[in-house]
Design a binder for this molecule. Structure first.
Ligand SMILES: *[C@@H]1O[C@H](CO)[C@@H](O)[C@H](O)[C@H]1NC(C)=O
Length: 206
């Protein structure tokens, strides 16, 4: 009995000493350590003279993960992220509002192009949508001011009005009995306004 326990201890000691020497050899091997610690971000390992992006897009993605359309949010912010020094909920919100403004301008340009070939009813609907888009632009300005004040309630109400304007535009075409040629715009703008609503819920007021 005693002999068997002694034998077991010897085996254990041998295993421990073998693993320790393996571990020691592993740590001492040059170049191994970097591969052994995968959590160090690549940018921290880079020499100083190589410029790194001011904003790791990972952070934008992390913020966007909490919104209703994470991929759309990240793609939208990604184009602008480099202009911002730090990325937080408010800056991502600004990026989304700026992108909403750009997309709304594109929608208005589309209105002009569609109007030429439209039926009288279609042209009337396009004209109405154009004025709704004007409303959207006003609400985006109000939203920008609200972001400056970290005023989540006002941000949400401006975004509700934006979403409503987009629905009104859709309704104009339904009333006219025509397919809405701006539907893609209205959908993506609506989704972007949802992203802004989600982001407004994440604002921390200190
Ligand atoms: C907007 O969101 C809806 C789901 O609510 C989705 O079906 C649609 O593809 C999205 N459209 C755009 C243009 O992002």
């Amino acid at each position: 009995m005693a002999g068997r326990r002694h034998h077991a201890l010897l085996v254990l000691a041998a295993v421990v000493s073998t693993s320790c020497s393996l571990l020691g050899a592993h740590l001492m091997r040059p170049g191994e350590q970097e591969e052994a610690i995968p959590v160090i971000p690549d940018m921290m390992m880079r020499p100083q003279h190589i410029p790194v992006p001011a904003v790791p897009t990972r952070t934008v993605a992390e913020i966007c993960r909490g919104t209703s359309f994470p991929e759309l949010c990240t793609a939208t912010a990604g184009k602008q992220a480099a202009r911002y020094g730090t990325v937080d909920v408010l800056t991502v919100l600004q990026m989304q509002v700026d992108a909403l403004g750009e997309r709304t301008k594109a929608a208005r340009a589309r209105v002009d192009r569609e109007a030429a070939a439209a039926t009288p009813a279609g042209r009337k609907a396009l004209h109405q949508c154009n004025s709704f888009y004007g409303d959207v632009m006003d609400n985006l300005d109000a939203c920008r001011r609200a972001i400056g004040h970290k005023d989540a309630v006002t941000i949400r109400s401006t975004m509700s009005m934006v979403a409503q304007d987009l629905q009104f535009c859709d309704e104009e075409f339904r009333k006219a009995g025509e397919k809405n040629p701006l539907q893609q715009f209205d959908q993506s703008l609506g989704n972007m306004s949802e992203i802004c609503r989600s982001l407004s819920n994440m604002i921390v007021v200190d």
